[in-house]
Design a protein around this ligand. Structure first.
Ligand code: 4AD
Ligand code: MG
Length: 504
């Protein structure tokens, strides 16, 4: 069959369902009488002894099987229970929260198999008679691939460890239920955010990781230079000082000169010495930029739509994983989230926000004053004041926002068209603004900040078909914290980086 030869050459590693959706896959399926022959399944899965089955597919019944067909499951042992006549194993391969129950006769060699071992099992899937699972695997053969000494493993069988405890083991915590759920959700949320922008006509731009500008102007930069000292005269690798990006915004602004809607989604770096539960030195930011904007409302609509669509997607696609957090980590979070999704987000001006804070009877560590940035305690109070729902705070003082924010030209309280989205339990989730597209105003602002030379190109993009535009950035880790109710940002990223810690 030429199709099969082609697949072999291309070393196809895709699930039969996905193959069946391609043109050549449909033809192959027709040629085979609408049923994948075992030889094809084995070829697709790169195995000579039976198709490899994902635990998640086995449990959900997604894998179409022939009766009596021998399948192969690979994964890690989550539990071993020996009875006189029978041995039960639970195997997990990361494809689902639930593990697959393996039922085996004691004549198979289990002597070296323990909690944590990596195994490969051949057998037949059957309907389970137990209430807890619909399917189980009757094992014909069990092979130990990697042994594990459960005494040395920091996680104990059937024990629920706290997030703080498992955080100490960044090289092992993916083996716990809670962290593997988190990583599945994170991966799904990443894809859902890309889908959101693709479905809404945005073009994805790879903005650079290394850059020579400080977008936020806060000086919280990690400088990039080769590790080995060069003997050349010029002491900078790129001839100019260069840094890890703090934001892709300025590069997105360049792209709004040709595309109406663009976005980027990648790692961002801040050398801020903040040891808080919502700051990291390396975090992921989703940034969108829109041309032809008329007001901040255009930006706020995208923020709200992005938040609601993506959250809804995660709740419906990963119900078991999400439930683990809502049940054991943050009881009540499910209901809070439902309220956030149901109601329109509220809007407060910065001036109104200060007024609310000053009138409150709460004792704040930092006194709320017009002209000062909002502190986390202020943000949390404002969210509560608005009924524990997300709230946009708009029109911040001119003097506390970066050079790019658009001047509202108002007096006596001089503000810019900037917006922060505050959410329950976290505070600031998104920051954005309209950008100053008027050349004269931008030039005088850059002068004030002593920046004109560094930003000639930024001025120049205002000279060739400049349009009103604006955008925002959403902190991906804070977004996950908000959905799942996770206290500490270090628990929503695979390998957290923060002051004094860069493990692995
Ligand atoms: O408010 P920020 O600093 O805004 C910008 O960088 C804009 N240039 C974005 C834009 O308009 N394109 O950062 C945006 C968001 C914050 O609201 C916060 O959620 C997150 O990024 N963030 C952090 N998350 C984790 N750790 C940190 N150190 C963070 N700093 C900001
Ligand atoms: Mg901000």
């Amino acid at each position: 069959m030429p199709w099969i030869r082609r697949m072999r050459v291309e070393r196809v590693r895709v699930a039969p369902a996905a193959v069946g959706e391609t043109m050549w896959g449909r033809k192959l399926l027709r040629d085979c009488g609408d049923r994948w022959p075992k030889s094809v399944l084995c070829l697709l899965h790169g195995c000579s002894r039976g198709p490899r089955l994902k635990v998640g597919d086995a449990l959900s019944g997604a894998a179409s099987r022939q009766e009596q067909e021998v399948v192969r499951v690979q994964g890690w042992v989550r539990s071993v229970r020996e009875q006189k006549e029978i041995i039960f194993l639970h195997i997990n391969d990361g494809s689902s929260l639930e593990s697959l129950q393996i039922v085996a006769r004691p004549n198979l060699d289990f002597s070296k198999i323990s909690f944590g071992s990596a195994v490969e099992i051949w057998g037949k899937l059957v309907q389970s008679t137990h209430k807890k699972q619909s399917t189980e695997l009757l094992a014909d053969e069990v092979r130990l691939i990697g042994s594990c000494n459960p005494v040395d493993l920091p996680f104990k069988i059937k024990k629920r460890h706290s997030l703080e405890y498992i955080r100490q083991f960044p090289h092992l915590r993916c083996k716990t239920n809670i962290f593997s759920s988190l990583l599945r959700i994170r991966s799904g949320a990443f894809a859902a955010i890309h889908s959101f922008f693709m479905n809404n006509g945005f073009v994805h731009i790879h903005t650079p990781i290394i850059t020579s500008n400080d977008c936020e102007g806060a000086g919280e930069l990690f400088q990039v230079e080769p590790a080995s000292k060069s003997t050349e005269k010029c002491h900078h690798f790129f001839d100019v000082p260069s840094f890890l990006t703090v934001s892709g915004q300025l590069h997105l602004e360049v792209m709004t000169g040709a595309f109406t809607q663009v976005y980027t989604f990648g790692p961002t770096f801040r050398a801020e010495n903040s040891q808080t539960r919502r700051h990291l030195a390396e975090f992921y930011m989703v940034e969108a930029e829109l041309a032809f904007t008329e007001s901040l409302k255009d930006i706020m609509e995208v923020m709200e739509h992005l938040f609601k669509t993506t959250t809804f997607h995660i709740l419906s696609e990963y119900p078991e994983d999400v439930e683990l957090f809502h049940k054991y980590v943050a009881p009540g979070q499910k209901e809070r989230l439902e309220e956030m999704l149901k109601n329109p987000f509220q809007v407060l001006s910065y001036t109104e926000a200060i007024d609310v804070l000053q009138r409150s009877t709460e004792t704040f560590k930092f006194e709320p004053k017009w002209g000062c940035d909002l502190q986390t305690e202020h943000e949390n109070y404002l969210v509560k004041h608005c009924g524990n729902t997300p709230v946009f705070v708009i029109n911040y003082p001119y003097d506390i926002k970066p050079f790019y924010a658009r001047d509202n030209q108002d007096r006596p309280q001089h503000t810019v068209a900037a917006v922060d989205l505050l959410v329950p339990g976290i505070g600031e989730l998104c920051g954005g603004s309209l950008r100053e597209e008027r050349l004269d105003l931008l030039q005088s602002r850059l002068k004030q900040h002593d920046l004109p030379n560094a930003y000639r190109w930024y001025e120049e993009i205002r000279q060739f078909g400049s349009v009103p535009h604006g955008g925002f950035g959403l902190g991906f880790e804070r977004f996950l914290q908000c959905i799942l109710g996770i206290e500490n940002i270090k628990d929503v990223i695979p390998f957290p980086r923060f002051p004094h810690s860069c493990l692995l």
